[in-house]
Design a protein around this ligand. Structure first.
Ligand code: GH3
Ligand code: MG
Ligand code: MG
Length: 503
């Protein structure tokens, strides 16, 4: 029998026992204390099943169940304290703490609003940590608002004047859950927020019945306690029956990412609440209200800074991705052509020359055909990195086509460009690619062109391309200038040392 089934059976037995206790003793001793103890045991079972559900889940659902377990742990502490107070007949500050916990036990659960289905890795995120601090601030402000300022009729009781705001706040959280369930395009948050939204509404309704309705003036041990118990049974059933597989990863199903604006609105919820409560605190204690608002402001600003920082980082990554070639990591065609345009303008302004080298791998199709496409990719990657390493720091290398590379060399006339192209050719010719047990050698044919006034990118590229065509015709593994002077390289004349690469 699985632990979930055991928990469900134990919960059912506890509920039956509760009915029996109420029927037998009711509000006379030992009815109330037994009733409280049964509810405490139910609470322990809820925490246990929530942790179980977290273990069976991943991503957002795991964090959600952990927060739920944290919320019910607060409730559990409050219930334990209240039993202790009943037994020891103490009151005062302990009673206040108990009331505070009973009123705000659901705050960790409300924090689930800040979970992002696309970012939950299961580890603590700095934004989540900041939201948690905000939540604590809300509790402090609410404590001042609900307990410290209003003059309650009996100490430790929730003052009558704050019943309404309490229920409005509670309803707000429940409403936010339901709204999130309706707005989200992901199945996991829809299932979790929807179910818990309904649960919070029901729990709020039971609270309201206790303060306004038939539960009023009823003592512990009366029939009304069964309603509280059933409110504990619901999360237990939800947690015990939760299966992540029931709601598979939505990213596969919904191509549209979650509309961020909807979820982002919720981050404004806590500072707004703090501000609202501080208005009232300010009437009694201006300094206290100022401290609360200031701390909330610091949190919100820090949150803004973290978000801004992440945005800039994402922007940089996107920009990099948009200008880099996916396979080789060097500039892509669009980026290298932009660089060429820019360098032409600079060369014209400075009256300097500019060299362009078009390089094409010789018989590359044969590498693909004989060694496979993956080996071809490997060879291309190494060639690109070798070219990038051999050129000067201010030269730019881009992937112009499949196995064609374009090098832009600022400040280079014909001799310098030629020299550079020879260095590149030599470097690649010395490379051996070891694929399995075989060694593969490749060579480059290179066409060069230099700027003439007025320079034009298209013409320059055309000249380099036709020079490359001539290099192919001249037998490959050589450099040809656009002027058409043949310069077939002498193999082995280079001083470059041999390099080997294993796949
Ligand atoms: P030549 O010496 O005349 O340039 O012969 P070649 O075989 O290199 O020329 P061709 O244009 O016929 O073939 C180029 C090959 O490059 C064909 C294509 O499959 C391969 N290729 C292009 N891009 C990639 C790539 O990203 N990865 C791999 N593995 N192969 C590629
Ligand atoms: Mg080729
Ligand atoms: Mg080619």
């Amino acid at each position: 029998m699985s632990s979930e089934r055991i928990a469900l059976s134990a919960a059912a037995i506890l509920l039956l026992a509760h009915v029996a206790v109420i029927a037998t003793w009711g509000t006379s001793s030992p009815g109330p204390i037994s009733s409280d103890a049964i509810q405490l045991s139910l609470g322990a079972l809820v925490i246990f099943t929530c942790f179980g559900a977290a273990r069976r889940s991943e991503g957002l659902a795991r964090s959600f169940w952990r927060l739920t377990a944290a919320a019910y742990t607060l409730w559990f502490v409050a219930q334990s304290l209240s039993i202790y107070i009943d037994l020891s007949h103490t009151s005062g500050s302990l009673q206040w703490v108990t009331n505070l916990l009973f009123c705000f036990w659901f705050v960790p659960l409300a924090m689930a609003m800040f979970l992002d289905p696309e970012q939950q890795s299961g580890s603590l995120d700095s934004l989540n940590a900041l939201d948690f601090i905000q939540a604590v601030l809300v509790c402090v402000a609410a404590y001042l608002y609900f307990f410290y300022l209003p003059k309650s009729e009996s100490p430790g009781e929730l003052a009558h004047s704050v019943w309404e705001p309490y229920f409005i706040g509670y309803g707000f959280v429940a409403g936010a859950f339901v709204l999130r369930a309706l707005l989200t395009s992901h199945r996991v948050p829809r299932a979790l927020f929807g179910r818990f939204g309904v649960l919070l509404f029901l729990s709020g309704a039971v609270d309201a019945m206790y303060y306004y309705g038939p539960g009023r003036d009823l003592k512990t041990g009366a029939w009304f306690d069964l309603l509280w118990s059933s409110m504990l049974l619901s999360p237990l059933v939800l947690a015990a029956t939760w299966k992540q597989a029931e709601a598979p990863d939505p990213a596969v199903e919904s191509p549209e990412p979650e509309k961020k604006i909807h979820t982002d609105v919720f981050y404004l919820f806590y500072p707004l609440l703090v501000l609202f409560m501080s208005l009232r605190i300010a009437r009694e204690h201006l300094g206290l209200a100022a401290v609360v608002v200031f701390l909330s402001f610091v949190c919100s600003s820090a949150r803004l800074l973290v978000t801004q920082h992440r945005l800039v980082r994402t922007q940089e990554a996107l920009r990099r991705e948009a200008s880099r070639d996916g396979l080789t990591g060097i500039w892509n065609r669009k980026a290298i052509l932009e660089i060429l345009d820019r360098e032409i303008l600079r060369a014209e302004r400075d009256g300097a020359s500019l060299g362009v080298i078009m390089a094409d791998v010789d018989h590359f199709k044969a590498v693909n055909d004989s060694r496979g496409h993956a080996a071809g990719d490997f060879v291309l990657r190494i060639i690109a990195s070798e070219i990038a390493a051999v050129v000067r720091p201010y030269d730019s290398v881009g992937r112009y086509g499949g196995e064609e590379f374009l090098i832009v060399a600022p400040g280079c006339g014909l001799p310098e460009t030629w020299d550079l192209a020879e260095r590149v050719r030599n470097c690649v010719a010395k490379c051996s690619f070891i694929v399995g047990t075989n060694s593969v050698s490749v060579s480059l044919s290179l066409g060069i062109a230099t700027t003439t006034s007025p320079a034009h990118a298209e013409r320059l590229l055309q000249q380099a391309d036709s020079a490359l065509y001539q290099a192919k015709n001249a037998g490959r593994n050589c450099v040809q200038p656009s002027a058409g002077r043949a310069a077939i390289a002498t193999l082995g004349s280079s001083t470059a040392s041999e390099s080997k690469f294993w796949l």
